[in-house]
Design a protein around this ligand. Structure first.
Ligand SMILES: Nc1ncnc2c1ncn2[C@@H]1O[C@H](COP(=O)(O)OP(=O)(O)O)[C@@H](O)[C@H]1O
Ligand SMILES: [Mg+2]
Length: 281
């Protein structure tokens, strides 16, 4: 992503010009099933996410949302069934974590656990270049990396966090810094696992603003959440997941209905739409 120099449309156009053939999907799950501790947690997942799409994956706790991400990061492996199954990233069956970073910037709660709490905000972002949880003396920091960190701090409007230690930041601030860490590689998509968990209303709303800016700048947003409010207006497609299965997948307006949300969360729910945002009553 080059938010300072290219608009989302320009980025899309340059992609179209540079490739006359259709790009493979960014992520393609074909008949993917996963077991954890002897229990099936993902059942026969079939889904294709194209480059440039903004998507929300919505489901209650324990429905398998994080497991979906863990199959991409290879923290979990699908098991072989009778049907042909694969998980492809930009058409490739095999990839490593270093390659993955330039396609998908994954931001999850687990990430924070690995970071030393004494590390500065700018170092957390810089550590994204090395796929490490801190900056070591032997790591060679190039000028372009420092420049990129500055650019990301500016984009996220968190320049004031550059010199602040992680343990002196609020939950919202640490979340922004981790998003910055994922953005240094200019990924095609930012994958966010429950980005507003433990954030208060104001911090959530600020994070939504930042995500809207990132989406507009041309990076796909793949939002994994159980909060309807997290579905920013730029998100056009919603996938519902329940008990490890995809139960709905389609355009937001058709999916976010009171009937479907009541079924998904097993509660009588009413959807309210206001200024492009959705709320559950
Ligand atoms: N470390 C684990 N070991 C075994 N089972 C797990 C583990 N973590 C989660 N699970 C189970 O996997 C299922 C899906 O969990 P998860 O993908 O974390 O759901 P979600 O992110 O939607 O809350 C749940 O039934 C959960 O109990
Ligand atoms: Mg989860």
């Amino acid at each position: 992503m080059k938010p300072e120099t290219k608009s989302g449309n320009e980025k899309q156009n340059s992609r179209l010009i540079s490739s006359s053939v259709k790009n493979p999907p960014l992520i393609e799950y074909r008949n993917i099933s996963v077991m954890r501790s002897g229990r099936i947690v993902l059942k026969n997942i079939n889904v294709s996410i194209e480059l440039g799409e903004h998507i929300a994956i919505l489901g209650p706790n324990g429905s398998g949302k994080s497991s979906l991400i863990k199959t991409i990061t290879r923290d979990l492996y699908p098991y072989m069934g009778k049907k042909e199954s694969y998980l492809r990233i930009l058409g490739k069956d095999r990839w490593n974590v270093f390659e993955l970073r330039s396609f998908l910037g994954i931001v999850s709660g687990d990430l924070l656990d690995n970071h030393a709490r004494e590390i500065l905000g700018s170092e957390v972002i810089l550590s994204g270049f090395f796929n490490s949880s801190r900056i070591w003396r032997f790591q060679h920091i190039e000028l372009r990396m420092k420049e990129k960190v500055k650019e990301v701090l500016k984009l996220l409007e968190i320049e004031h966090l550059a010199e602040r230690k992680l343990n002196q930041m609020s939950s919202g601030e640490t979340r922004s810094v981790l998003i910055g860490r994922a953005l240094v590689h200019e990924p095609e998509a930012l994958v966010l696992d429950e980005p507003t968990s433990s954030l208060d209303l104001r911090a959530s709303s600020e994070l939504h603003k930042v995500l809207r800016k990132i989406a507009t700048a041309g990076t796909s947003i793949i939002m994994i959440t159980h909060h309807l409010q997290d579905i920013i207006p730029e998100i056009e497609r919603v996938i519902m997941i329940k008990n490890g299965m995809i139960v709905e997948d389609g355009v937001k307006e058709k999916i976010l209905t009171s009937a479907l949300l009541s079924q998904l969360f097993d509660i009588p729910a009413q959807v309210v739409k206001r200024n492009g945002h959705y709320y559950l009553w």
